[in-house]
Design a protein around this ligand. Structure first.
Ligand code: SF4
Length: 280
């Protein structure tokens, strides 16, 4: 389907400097690996979402262009590399995410914790958001991450329950909801965030049910964006949702008690994350 006019991103300058900096520190970003349409805007700010635990994921979600292959060994220098890059970018708000590492006993939780602590050591004032995998619902892994003291715990629910077999075949809808709830129960002061995409074939009734499920499971703030097909290997776009529908969903979510909602075709889970947090 032809890309509608409302999904066009302007070319930005300055992104190459950020790319060079990231490479110099030996780092990857989900911005690049997931082909985010906003990376031009974010890199030129500059900001970026650091992708830890290597470029290869043990899963194969239908919407994602991250490489699904045998993962690499954990890089023990990575926490310091991320902290050094964040300091050089002078970030006030740092987002850390990762591929899913079902091959690791703790799912990579300790690497998240060490990265949070390394950033705190270099940027004591910075806010830190972690966008984590589901750790297969392992609450010990979740506790390891939360004990390191991030400001925001983010885990994307991604889509409605009915579409999980195609969109997130190795994940569980209820498992992801209970991970969010456990994060809130374990750390009541932490801001809990989630996000999902539209345009994969969901109905509006299913989306309303998803919003209710997220609220019931401790989610404070939310991102809602349009699914864009990153490669021909990924799921096709079923529908381009009108910007007006994103606004209506935002109003519906706010009336359900979410503290803040970013909803729009180009909204992504860690886009303008700092601004969102400051508005909370
Ligand atoms: S688990 Fe995350 S990184 Fe892995 S394929 Fe799914 S969305 Fe992509």
């Amino acid at each position: 389907m032809r890309l509608p006019d409302w999904i066009k991103t302007p070319y930005r300058t300055g992104l190459h400097d950020t790319k060079h900096l990231l490479r110099r520190h030996g780092l990857s970003t989900v911005c690049e690996d997931a082909r985010c349409p906003n990376r031009g805007e974010c890199f030129s700010k500059p900001t970026a979402t650091f992708l830890i635990l290597g470029p290869c994921c043990t899963r194969n979600c239908g919407f994602c262009s991250v490489t699904s292959a045998t993962p690499v060994a954990v890089n023990i220098h990575e926490p310091d590399q991320v902290a050094a890059a964040a300091a050089e970018l002078n970030l006030k708000y740092v987002v850390i995410t990762s591929v899913t590492r079902d091959d690791l006993p703790d799912g990579g939780a300790d690497q998240f914790a060490q990265t949070i602590r390394a950033i705190r050591g270099r940027l004591p004032e910075a806010r830190i958001e972690v966008l984590t995998p589901d750790f297969n619902g392992d609450l010990n892994s979740l506790k390891v991450v939360l004990d390191a003291g991030p400001d925001v715990f983010n885990h994307n629910i991604e889509t409605v329950q009915r579409l999980y077999p195609a969109v997130r075949p190795q994940a569980g809808y209820q498992q992801s909801l209970s991970l969010l709830k456990s994060a809130k129960d374990m750390s009541p002061a932490i801001a809990v965030k989630s996000g999902f995409m539209l345009g994969l074939g969901e109905t509006m009734d299913e989306v309303v049910q998803l919003l209710e499920d997220l609220r019931e499971n401790g989610c404070d703030f939310l991102t809602i964006g349009q699914y864009l097909r990153p490669t021909k290997k990924n799921l096709p776009v079923v529908k381009y949702i009108l910007p007006k529908a994103f606004d209506e969903l935002k109003d519906a979510a706010l009336s359900m008690g979410f503290s803040y909602v970013a909803s729009g075709p180009l909204v992504r889970s860690s886009m303008n994350a700092e601004e969102m947090y400051n508005k909370l």
